[in-house]
Write a protein that binds this ligand. Structure first.
Ligand SMILES: *Cc1c(COP(=O)(O)O)cnc(C)c1O
Length: 410
């Protein structure tokens, strides 16, 4: 995003023009930023075979999936519906990895029938697959029990986590695959959503490499994700060059040691799309109470729940008044429950109808939106090759009523 002559632009498009054309609340995605992040990650990997599988759950719009396909990405899916969407977006089944947790065996079977790769995350399912699909190669998701996560709600590798097969159960896994003659072709881990420390990640990687040595048929090692991006100016972000160099070195050593040509995989969500997203809302009211100045906007946790759900910090900018005096505001939504986007933020003076912009609104933002308070979900716009394209209509009353059945009430 750029400020030129008191006007804000995203990849050459003036944001005010987007608001005029598509209204608020509005999600805008900068395709150039997604491409840049993809390229940065790709360039950091100095290995012969690698694959980046975009974690679709971060932002599932079909046009975003198509953009990632164009960039050469695969897809990491966590539900059969994400697999369906990826197939519609044009991904080949072999470029889709299904990494579910707590889904039914029927859902795993549907994925098997679609021909996608599967990462199994519990022993019961592994046995069941072995009995029913003895020829099918599967990956297994390992829980290395590493506490890596910026937020306890999203750290998934620790001892109490519901994710993965415990590293301590590898002897049992070995016994099962030997007895049932299962081909384990991949090892996977995903330790948390906010890995702060490259060292921790590399430590977990060593555990995974050691685990992989137990399996003869390994074709890929999938390190999941956890790459961190900046939400605040002073935040730490994953140094992708440093990380890529270190993991590539270890990976190449592993391939050499085992004499195998293996594929290195990652499944970033946030890293690829977080910073590409902007959320635009309008200030409805400025309300001074005894202690606080509230800005009430035309949105709430129905559209962007990360601040309330994860205590996430999203930078906010008043794009309508770039030279206004800085004042302290608490930015709240219109939902009839406490829904505070941000406390005590310094913003250029906010007047009714000013447009506020939230940063880092690409990942887990629209994707987690709802119709609470019977509000419509926002429209989405993608800027690609200098052109703004509507990629989702704003909802309407028809959408709220779509699956409702109005019965005669006597
Ligand atoms: C959510 C998820 C990811 C993506 O995590 P980010 O922090 O958004 O990069 C990757 N792999 C799996 C299995 C996931 O569930």
């Amino acid at each position: 995003m750029q400020l030129t002559n008191d006007k804000y632009f995203i990849s050459g498009i003036e944001i005010n023009d987007l608001v005029k054309e598509y209204d608020t609340p509005l999600y805008v995605y900068d395709g150039a930023k997604i491409s840049e992040q993809f390229r940065k990650m790709k360039d950091s990997l100095k290995v012969k075979n690698f694959k980046i599988n975009y974690a679709a759950k971060a932002l599932t719009n079909i046009s975003i999936l198509k953009l990632l396909k164009k960039l050469g990405s695969g897809i990491d899916a966590v539900s059969i519906q994400e697999i369906e969407l990826a197939l519609i977006a044009g991904f080949a089944p072999k470029d889709i990895v299904f990494t579910p947790n707590s889904v039914s065996f029927e859902e795993i079977e549907s994925a098997i029938h679609k021909g996608v790769r599967i990462n199994i995350d519990n022993i019961v399912m592994l046995e069941e697959i072995g009995h029913k699909y003895p020829q099918l190669p599967v990956g297994i998701r390992i829980n290395p029990h590493i506490m890596a996560g910026g937020n306890s709600k999203i750290s998934v590798g620790h001892i109490d986590s519901k994710f993965g097969i415990s590293i301590h159960q590898i002897p049992l896994v070995e016994r099962i695959i030997k007895t049932l003659n299962i081909k384990v072709n991949g090892i996977h881990m995903h330790t948390g959503s906010d890995i702060l420390d490259v060292e921790v990640f590399l430590y977990a990687a060593d555990i995974l490499f050691n685990t992989a040595k137990h399996f003869q048929d390994i074709e890929y090692i999938d390190f999941g994700s956890g790459f961190k991006v900046k939400y605040k100016n002073d935040d730490i972000e994953t140094n992708i060059e440093e990380f890529g160099a270190a993991i590539s070195h270890k990976f190449n050593e592993f391939c050499q040691e085992t004499g195998k040509e293996i594929c290195l995989m990652f499944e970033p969500g946030k890293y690829l799309v977080s910073e590409a997203g902007y959320f635009l809302v309008k200030a409805n009211v400025i309300k001074q109470t005894t202690s606080t100045v509230f800005v009430g906007v035309d949105s709430g946790f129905n559209h962007l729940i990360r601040p309330m759900f994860y205590n996430a910090h999203h930078e906010i900018i008043n794009i309508s008044n770039p030279n206004g005096n800085l004042r302290i505001y608490t930015v709240v939504g219109y939902i009839c429950e406490t829904d505070t986007f941000a406390w005590n933020r310094k913003l250029n003076e906010v007047r009714p109808n000013d447009i506020l912009l939230f940063k880092n609104a690409g990942a887990y933002s629209f994707a987690m939106s709802s119709n609470y308070n019977s509000r419509y979900r926002p429209a989405e716009v993608l800027i690609h090759h200098g052109q703004a394209m509507l990629i989702r209509n704003r909802e309407s009353l028809d959408d709220l009523l779509k699956n409702q059945i109005e019965v005669e009430i006597i």
